[in-house]
Design a protein around this ligand. Structure first.
Ligand SMILES: CCc1ccc([C@H](C)CC(=O)N[C@@H]2O[C@H](CO)[C@@H](O)[C@H](O)[C@H]2O)cc1
Length: 818
């Protein structure tokens, strides 16, 4: 549909076949008469890459000619998943490729499975970056994403005996056809050393004398938009040894040392930190942050100076988005470069900094806020520490004028946290230096204003906003659910919804239409059968597609309450066991599906994974229960697994303790695939209720403002008997491993139950019972499913990005004219 516009490479099946075979022979270097699926995938990928590169060049040439204001998205994490299917769909040539391949005797889907996930991130924040860069491209914004090219992505989760084991995931084994190494785009990045004072223009100035240099090399990933020729860049930096260091050690003839030093350089960008909780203040982590910030800013300033000579124009041409505090050193680096290298005055540099940065926080928990130990910064980046002290000094001086000598508040707001382990509060630095600070949902922003950043909100209310997260319908419907995609386009009579998700509302009028119901149920059945097949392959458990598929897939965290889900399943099992035989025919069969990785050092989370397996072992092998209840843990949950599970889910759970999930984006993916939500009113779920209505969801639990009150009650809090009973079953070894699960049980004992599993248990069971009731009436359920999808328009990342572009970044689309 769009391919026709390509002036260059043709996309008719014959041309595609020839291109693929040419790459088999000349790129993969295999004979065109014998090559396997993986080699066919590599050749296919390279032929798609050629078409991406064409559009990419046109886009970059157009951006260069137009010289628009650009947005630079700085994120240490991107969970891109697979590139192939998304690329051919956004290029509009998936069908042509499927035809070409079938004539060569290959099936597109089979080859697509050959690709490993680009898992360069942990969870929500990382996948959000990927969805947002797809929307930036599709909406023709002049944007570029910067990040790190980890060689080891998020670890592979291997389950042995029900326990999580982490296996390093080296994803670049067979090269990566989706990236282009930019050998000419390299920058030196400095570390350590001292700061000397020297005379300058009759005054003094600070000069950083670094001790170590590594080279940053750019690897570019073309990101195609959907329904446009625009193809933007995700530029990931890799660390390489710099020749600058060696001379010295060579002179001392210490060759081995020289080579070893070379190796250490590469480690900077090699491993993703697999923890999405607290920051351990590790030196390598700080090195990663500064390495990517320094390389990105050298690249941004080089591009600006190619077309401009006056830095006063910088804020007119450059907007920088900080994806949480991980890239916040960029603020200090811009100050250093403008003052130390471009010789601007402090006030001019400061003026520019405050105009170019905007900051998004993804955390609700104060302990999740990043703090960098001063001594670490002092040794690694001495000049930056000086600049942070100067920024803080000026800030505190101004603050005193505004709020007087309220020392408690002054010390709460200080960027420098005094005390034994002096540290830098990166969130405070980001707020002081950014023109806009946003939460990722309406309620999140309220919590930032009233709790997390209360002091700053009272000082600068104008800075605080919310930009509710979104997800891209290209990957989460068109790529992962092609049969639903076709159904929507048929009933809406257009594919325009793929670029404008609000059009899904057009299906509301058909919510009770029998023909749509018929087709809808068929699509869902096909997806459930695909998921059932995967479950059997991965866990050996046979599940019935007539059962309700109840899914909870996300990182394992106490606040996300996977433990509550498991205790609910134990209760359901216990009820079935104690039921009269003939009452069992009223039980709605359930297949409970849980998936997610625990941070390697997060013991409680790992115990939850083990308990899930222990409970599954019991239930799945109990003939008494048979198909009425099954529990499966899906190992190694990642983007590609999500693409398979979400289309097959009937019910999905988002059951965090209210006030703990900043937004949540999984819920949005399930919603736009017609899966019903069982949820607490937390994060973005509150806005989903506004869009589709509470009567199309199963809601339960304490509200955000009730949680602190309930916590106050502590030991006086009433917990239902059923809750005490199921916890006791675990504690007494009903599922074995009682010693191992003791701390888990202790964590929900009365007076200790910080995440309120006990006090929410009753309403949780009621919501589950309501879901059972609804599922019995499949026409009712199908109506709710259609209305859920029809009301999901707002949760497209296109809407999110348009809000950032208009209200925060001040950028305009710059569409490639071809
Ligand atoms: C290593 C330190 C670290 C700490 C926090 C994080 C992320 C901020 C955690 C995260 O992914 N937060 C999630 O961000 C999503 C996107 O905005 C939200 O939808 C989730 O609610 C939030 O938990 C990554 C790494």
């Amino acid at each position: 549909m769009f391919g026709l516009m390509d002036q260059f490479l043709k996309n008719d099946p014959i041309t595609l076949q020839n291109d693929i075979l040419r790459h088999v022979e000349y790129t993969v270097a295999r004979s065109r008469f014998s090559f396997d699926d993986f080699e066919a995938y590599q050749a296919l990928a390279h032929s798609v890459r050629d078409r991406l590169i064409e559009r990419w060049h046109d886009t970059q040439v157009h951006f260069k000619r137009k010289d628009p204001k650009r947005i630079y998205f700085l994120s240490l994490e991107y969970l891109m998943g697979r590139f192939l299917s998304n690329s051919v769909i956004n290029l509009g040539i998936r069908d042509q490729y499927a035809d070409a391949l079938s004539q060569l005797g290959f099936e597109f889907e089979v080859l697509a499975e050959q690709e490993g996930d680009a898992a360069l991130g942990n969870g929500g924040l990382a996948r959000l970056s990927a969805c947002q860069i797809d929307s930036l491209a599709t909406l023709d914004y002049p944007a570029l994403g910067y990040g790190l090219r980890y060689q080891y992505g998020l670890y592979r989760q291997v389950i042995l005996d029900g326990y999580q084991h982490e296996q390093p995931y080296y994803w670049l084994n067979f090269g990566n056809p989706w990236e282009i190494e930019r050998i000419h785009v390299t920058y030196p990045v400095k570390f350590y050393g001292t700061v000397e004072e020297e005379d300058f223009n009759g005054g003094k100035r600070q000069v950083w004398v670094p001790k170590e240099t590594v080279e940053a090399v750019a690897y570019d990933n073309p990101i195609p938009g959907y329904g446009t020729r625009n193809t933007i860049t995700l530029r990931l930096w890799a660390a390489k040894p710099s020749d600058q260091n060696d001379m010295e050690s060579y002179n001392t003839g210490d060759y081995i040392d020289a080579v070893v030093n070379r190796r250490t350089a590469e480690t900077i960008s090699s491993i993703l930190y697999p923890d999405d909780r607290s920051h351990q203040g590790k030196e390598l982590r700080l090195k990663q942050q500064y390495f990517f910030v320094s390389a990105s800013l050298q690249d941004i300033i080089r591009r600006f100076k190619d077309a401009h000579s006056n830095f006063d124009d910088f804020p007119e041409k450059v907007a920088l988005q900080l994806n949480d505090t991980h890239p916040s050193l960029a603020i200090v680096e811009v100050m250093r470069v403008l003052i130390d290298e471009e010789h601007l005055s402090w006030s001019r540099a400061w003026d520019i900094v405050c105009k170019i940065f905007s900051f998004t926080t993804h955390t609700v928990l104060p302990e999740g806020l990043e703090k960098i130990p001063v001594d670490l910064l002092e040794s690694l980046l001495p000049r930056h520490l000086q600049i942070i002290y100067d920024i803080n000094f000026n800030f505190i001086e101004k603050l005193k004028k505004r709020i007087g000598l309220d020392y408690d508040r002054l010390s709460r707001m200080s960027i420098v946290e005094e005390g034994a382990a002096k540290s830098i509060r990166m969130a405070n630095l980001s707020i002081v230096c950014s023109h806009t600070v946003n939460g990722v949902s309406k309620i999140h922003a309220e919590l930032l204003k009233t709790r997390v950043f209360k002091d700053f909100y009272e000082l600068w209310p104008h800075k605080f906003h919310y930009k509710t997260n979104g997800v891209t319908q290209r990957r989460w419907i068109v790529v992962s659910n092609p049969s639903l995609c076709a159904l929507i386009s048929k009933w809406l009579g257009t594919e325009a919804w793929i670029r404008n998700l609000d059009l899904l509302a057009g299906l509301q009028e058909y919510a009770t239409n029998a023909d749509l119901h018929q087709e809808w149920k068929m699509v869902r059945k096909v997806n459930k059968m695909r998921l059932a097949e995967y479950i059997e392959t991965m866990s050996g458990v046979k599940v019935s597609v007539d059962a309700m598929f109840d899914v909870q897939i996300k990182r394992i965290h106490e606040y996300k309450r996977q433990f509550l889900n498991i205790l609910g399943i134990i209760h359901r099992y216990d009820c079935i066991k104690n039921m009269e035989k003939n009452d069992r025919r009223n039980v709605v069969p359930r297949v409970c599906i849980i998936g997610g990785k625990a941070a390697p050092g997060y013991e409680i989370a790992k115990k939850i994974i083990k308990l899930c397996h222990a409970v599954a072992e019991k239930i799945n092998n109990d003939p008494d229960v048979d198909d009425l209840l099954k529990l499966v843990f899906i190992p190694d949950y990642n983007v590609s697994v999500a693409e398979l599970v979400i289309p097959g889910a009937d019910l999905s759970q988002h059951i965090s303790t209210a006030g703990h999930e900043a937004s949540g984006t999984g819920s949005m993916k399930f919603l736009m695939n017609g899966c019903l939500l069982l949820a607490t009113a937390d994060g973005s779920t509150i806005e989903i209720i506004e869009e589709i209505g509470a009567d199309n969801m199963f809601l339960f639990g304490a509200k955000v403002n009730e949680v602190p009150v309930l916590r106050e009650k502590g030991p006086a809090l009433k917990v239902p008997l059923q809750f005490a009973r199921v916890v006791r079953m675990v504690r007494n070894g009903y599922f074995g491993f009682e010693d191992y699960f003791k701390s888990l049980c202790d964590s929900v004992e009365v007076g200790n139950d910080f995440y309120l599993l006990g006090s929410d248990f009753e309403s949780y069971l009621e919501a589950q019972a309501a879901a059972d009731m609804a599922f019995v009436d499949q026409e009712k359920w199908t109506q709710m499913s259609i209305l859920s999808m029809a009301g999901s328009g707002r949760f497209s990342s296109d809407r999110t990005i348009e809000e950032y572009a208009e209200k925060t970044w001040g950028i305009e689309p710059c569409r490639c004219p071809f």
